[in-house]
Design a protein around this ligand. Structure first.
Ligand code: BGC
Length: 427
């Protein structure tokens, strides 16, 4: 054997010893792997997901973060379908609202009742959330948070610069937007894609028509409500908002828009409180420099959604990682850390908000009040109110209206009722 070979082998062995010794500390053999399909790719979203990845790693589990970009999850849903078709099924996938039931019917989902029972989920979760997590009475999905959709984020120094007052209703909002425009600042950051515009209409409709109208239109899909006076007003308000929005917004993301508001290049953003995650991530304080108010109008209400992950059956070893994923996500420690970073409030009702920002406290207070006053509505733009095909029909009409200045609010409302009926008939 040649000397050089022996020397090299020896050196390699030496390195191996070092690697094995070092490796035991850093990369202990994993107790199982869970791949998690999601659409959390903005700065604050990725940070929030890393918290879970780390907490699972600390317990010896590997979490593969399969993040697909695209606010609202349109792209992630497409990827999920193709992964299911090609039998590359994730251990957990971000799915919300009624779609959880739809996926159950594939027979591919996983029962996590044992984790839920051991950790008292029925007790600690609000009914408004837990009802979505079950299929035929069994838990198949784990909720992470409660997000509110109908927020308006306002840069206070922009308001001051423009000499505008904090809006309290629709008219004072329009007056403030007008002053901001006169001051040479973009009044509203938004309008980059249909999901963002739908999110705006979501908040506008709840404020204009109130929770009863909202439920009739978006949950019951009542044609009279979809084409009626409150919908027409909502669409007219959306047109006004469009006129105060950045005309070059096409293609810009929701988190870009939040950045514009934080930097004072735009005055306001209509967006769910995932925007708060970005505000915090940019080292601004929600409730201080950036005000948070429920989108103002004739009515108050709370449109909510819960980010949740449906579990899909995997091989035995990875099942343990899936159980750990579900258990950890609803642990009080994760609930506090994650929701602070994400901008949402804990879905566990027994978790303290100590150390959370003022907007989180407001969210929690108003959620509890809305629950009592029947003013809580499942948000249509974030998949909580209806299944995919119907949501798609509503989004199509919103896009058509937004892109065609000649389309009247009356025509758009009629079209919405018609398209929804068609989609319902086909699904
Ligand atoms: C999700 C949020 C997410 C946002 C933007 C919403 O549908 O519920 O968690 O931050 O989309 O991606």
């Amino acid at each position: 054997m040649n000397k050089r070979y022996i020397r090299r082998t020896g050196a390699t062995l030496g390195l191996c010893v070092i690697a094995i010794t070092c490796g035991t500390a850093n990369a202990a053999p994993t107790k199982g792997t869970v791949s998690v399909l999601n659409w959390w790719t903005s700065g604050s979203e990725a940070k929030s997901m890393n918290i879970l990845q780390q907490m699972l790693a600390d317990q010896g589990y590997k979490m593969i973060n399969d993040a697909v970009s695209g606010g609202g999850g349109g792209n992630a849903r497409t990827v999920l379908k193709s992964r299911i078709q090609s039998h590359n099924i994730p251990g957990a996938a971000q799915i919300k609202g009624p779609e959880i039931q739809q996926w159950c019917s594939t027979g591919l989902t996983m029962n996590i009742d044992s984790v839920a029972a051991k950790n008292n989920w029925d007790k600690v979760l609000p009914k408004a959330v837990s009802k979505y997590m079950k299929c035929d009475g069994h838990y198949v999905a784990v909720p992470f948070n409660i997000h509110r959709t109908n927020w308006l984020w306002i840069n206070k120094s922009v308001l001051d610069k423009a000499g505008a007052a904090m809006p309290t209703d629709w008219d004072s909002l329009v007056a403030a937007l007008k002053k901001i425009k006169q001051a040479g600042i973009t009044p509203i950051a938004g309008g980059g894609n249909t999901w963002q515009v739908a999110t705006e209409l979501d908040a506008i409709a709840l404020a204009a028509g109130g929770p009863d109208f909202y439920r009739k239109a978006f949950v019951d899909l009542d044609p009279g409500a979809l084409s009626g006076a409150d919908m027409v007003t909502s669409l007219k308000h959306l047109r006004t908002i469009q006129q105060y929005s950045d005309p070059n917004a096409q293609g810009l993301s929701w988190n870009h828009d939040t950045g514009e508001v934080v930097q004072g290049r735009a005055g306001m953003q209509i967006m769910g409180d995932w925007a708060k995650g970005e505000i915090t991530n940019a080292n601004a304080t929600p409730g201080k420099e950036i005000a948070c108010i429920a989108f103002p109008g004739a009515h108050t209400g709370y449109s909510y959604q819960s980010d949740s992950f449906e579990m899909f059956a995997q091989s035995n070893s990875d099942q343990n990682a899936q159980y750990a994923f579900a258990r950890t996500a609803l642990s009080p420690k994760f609930q506090r850390k994650f929701n602070k970073a994400k901008g949402s409030i804990p879905v566990r009702q027994d978790v303290s908000l100590k150390g959370f920002d003022a907007c989180a406290h407001k969210a929690k207070k108003e959620f509890t009040a809305a629950e009592k006053n029947n003013a809580l509505v499942p948000t249509f733009s974030q998949d909580m109110a209806e299944k995919g095909a119907v949501k798609g029909a509503i989004f199509d009409v919103i896009a058509k209206f937004y892109n065609d200045q000649n389309m009247s609010a009356e025509d758009a409302a009629q079209e919405m009722a018609h398209q929804v009926q068609q989609a319902e008939a086909m699904s």
